[in-house]
Design a protein around this ligand. Structure first.
Ligand code: GDP
Length: 299
């Protein structure tokens, strides 16, 4: 399993590693600020979050009377950490915990579901998957294959069928088999945004009616290689359903890990897990300190 530090290699090599040399010896000049701004923008932090971060840093530099560029490194670390909401452990302390997974096709949704299922199983939970993405026949098959691979049952319905019905069946099956966790896959795209919203709402209602306080988590899978575009996607899903956290897939394949800062600052959502490779074990709980270390380099 790759570490978060290793997974950030591309992001670090592409842009963020240059911050260390920019904030080396010498005094902090207007040029330093400009270059820092350019690097943050290049690193997919986004305009809004870059401005917020620089504003904070300028304030602190003034208040703390900092003149050397090197001292800004410590402040940058602290302020990046401050942008990232603390990821709480998943809220799964229920007789039957229900996790709804949303996100567009291709983002790494199926793989992330399998990874999450395997991780929860290793922690002693008894997991069942619901193939709620009935919009694509391939999605159902793919989830079945992953289910077999990680050894968890998958409840499916016909392609083109009603995802709420599959979800209902899955909850019933989990209760009958005395399992404690259901992970529900959902469609990544429908004909219109309106349909997608209506469908997610319907699934949510079916779950809420059947299980108290459920869904207990709604995790949005984002593809780390999409950078700022991923933020727009996230906002669409957030308008459809109450998202409780992000799974950031493909961090290892992305040079755009800087988008995590924008996820925290603009969406106010914690990244709960990151995908660090294609294997089922390549999945890590998000660790803010490890992330900042991996972004800026050690020390
Ligand atoms: P879905 O269409 O959203 O269900 O996406 P899939 O789960 O099928 O993933 C799409 C592609 O991304 C597949 O080739 C996966 O192997 C790959 N993938 C998913 N997660 C990761 C990850 O964390 N790292 C890497 N390198 N590849 C990933």
């Amino acid at each position: 399993m790759k570490s978060i530090f290793e997974s950030l290699r591309k992001t670090r090599n592409a842009v963020f590693g240059q911050i260390a040399s920019l904030l080396g010896t010498g005094d902090l000049t207007e040029e330093t600020w400009e270059e820092l701004e350019a690097l943050l923008l290049q690193g997919d932090v986004g305009v809004e979050t870059t401005q917020a971060l620089l504003g904070k840093l300028r304030q602190r530099v003034k208040a703390e009377g900092i003149i050397r560029a090197q001292e800004l490194r410590r402040l940058l670390r602290e302020e990046i950490l401050a942008l990232l909401p603390e990821p709480q452990p998943l809220n799964l302390n229920w007789p039957l915990a229900v996790i709804l997974i949303v996100g567009v096709n291709g983002s790494g949704k199926t793989t992330s579901i399998a990874k999450l299922a395997a991780m929860l199983q290793r922690q002693g939970r008894r997991v069942l998957l619901a193939a709620g993405d009935t919009f694509r026949a391939a999605a159902i098959d793919q989830l079945k294959v992953w289910g077999e691979r990680v050894g968890v049952p998958v409840i499916t319905g016909p392609a083109g069928g009603d995802p709420s019905a599959v979800t209902f069946d899955a909850l019933e099956a989990a209760q009958a088999r005395h399992l404690d966790t259901v992970i529900v896959d959902t469609a990544g795209r429908l004909h219109t945004q309106h349909n997608l919203m209506a469908e997610l709402e319907k699934i949510r209602r079916v779950i809420a009616r059947r299980v108290a306080w459920a869904p207990h988590e709604v995790l949005l899978v984002l593809d780390a290689t999409t950078g700022q575009n991923g933020l727009l996607q996230a906002k669409q899903f957030m308008a459809a359903v109450k998202v409780t956290g992000i799974i950031l897939a493909k961090l290892d394949g992305s040079a755009r890990g800087g988008m995590v800062l924008a996820i925290g600052q603009q969406l106010g959502l914690p990244v709960r897990f990151v995908g660090t490779g294609e294997g089922v074990e390549d999945f890590a709980p998000f660790d803010r300190e490890a992330f900042v270390e991996g972004l800026l380099g050690q020390g």
